[in-house]
Design a protein. Sequence first.
Length: 535
Amino acid sequence: MPTIPTPEELGGLLRVPGSRPIGRYDVSPVARGAQQIADAGARVGQAVEETGKAAYRIGRQQAVTEAVNANAFIHARLIEARTRYRNDPDHTTLAQRWGEDAGNIVEDGLSQISDDGLREHVRRNLAVPLAQEGAAIQNQAFRGAADAHAASRDKYLHNLVQHITLDPNDSLIAGGVDSLHAAIDDAVTRRFLTPEQAVEEKRHAALALCAGEYARMGRLDPERAIRELEAPESGHPLLARLPQPLKDSLLRDARQRLDNNLKDAVHDAIRHQQETERASDQAEGEIVANLTGDNPTLTRNDISDRQQLTQGAKTYMLAVADRTALPDPDAATSNAAALRLLDRIRLRDTDPDRISGLHPIYDAYIGGKLGKDDFNFVRRELAAGQTPEGRNLLAHKQAFLKGIAPAIDRSDPLIGEIDPLGRRKMYLLERDIDRKIDQSRRDGKDPFDLFDQSKPDYAGKPEALERYRTTLAEAVQERARELSAAAAADAAGAAGANDTGQSVPPRQPGETPADYLRRTRPSDPNALPHVPHAR
């Protein structure tokens, strides 16, 4: 409470006289004036006292406001710091850093309070929550360090299990297990684990290592793993202690691995055979291209020295080499043989007579039924049907030839009528189209344009097909050739019949082969020459 001011302090107010009179004269008016002055002074003093009290109250309220605001500031900052440190991974320095940050926050807040008493009051009130939060931070640091230590041990155990070997004398693995045990003992020293928990963890690690050993054994030596898992007494000392579901899982994995190994061995053998055949086929193609080319250079010794060739392929290649030294058959014979092979190549996949390999083609060439050009063409047709692109182009070509065939080949399978010449002409057309396909590729063009009527290179233009139509002269000449062949065959048969006493009527002077056949075989429908239908 402020002191009451003196009259001097109030501005030189009149002094109040003493109580003892000095004179006898009437002083009552003065007394009344003095009383009035005294009353006025009392009122002024009371007013001053009330003003002082108000000022004190205002100052006190300001100090309290400072304390309240500082307290709120400190708590808000401490809450933010707690959130910031909640997931802090640096457990080693966590408590120290928290203490430093909390101390700085408190001092910054207290510096905002001007009143010493209120400052100490706020400081005292913060002692309990700061101590509680500090303990929580210490606990968090301890738990974090314990969790990190456990995670490190678990990671180390996993690494040991992943790299376990089947060698019982592996010193590196033994050292690794000792290091794991030392880490577990360190966790006990640092009070992360109780001694009982440490024993349980070591037991768990030993079983995990045992399971890891049999998991690796199941991959490297599944037969042994199966044998020991089925008879635990013959295996690892801890094998019998593994949980049965775990042993069943290890046994199942080992059996699966053994089955996979057996199947992989079969697949490897198949792949090796396929690779061998692929290399042999490539070598065959190179050899055949050389032997049937314009300037063959390979010798039998060169062929024998080709390591890529299988024994069967080498036998065929040597036979092909011998065949190339002989003359080709006539074109008609070769064309006919090529047509028969192509017909078999184009049979359905399920047809047992379908040709899917080169051996029948080699046999026809080696047997002298195919010329070099037809041999190479038929081989290429077979190869074309074995790739997606080749099959697509082959399908377009066959569709084109099927549409053109009625104008060239007069065969009628429904009544058994065959037009050999027309078939050979279709074969020649196919050969020419094949050459055009090669030329299109060399020119950088699209070979499919040959079968597109809207393209300038379309192969089915009437003027382009005219040369493949059978003329009357060609038909008569072909029939005469057939009759001559038939007459020669009959003559050979007659010679045989003469040997057995049968007689054959001789040909009369000037009689043509056709007239002879009409006379001697009037009922033979092939006695008359085949003439193409009128165009």
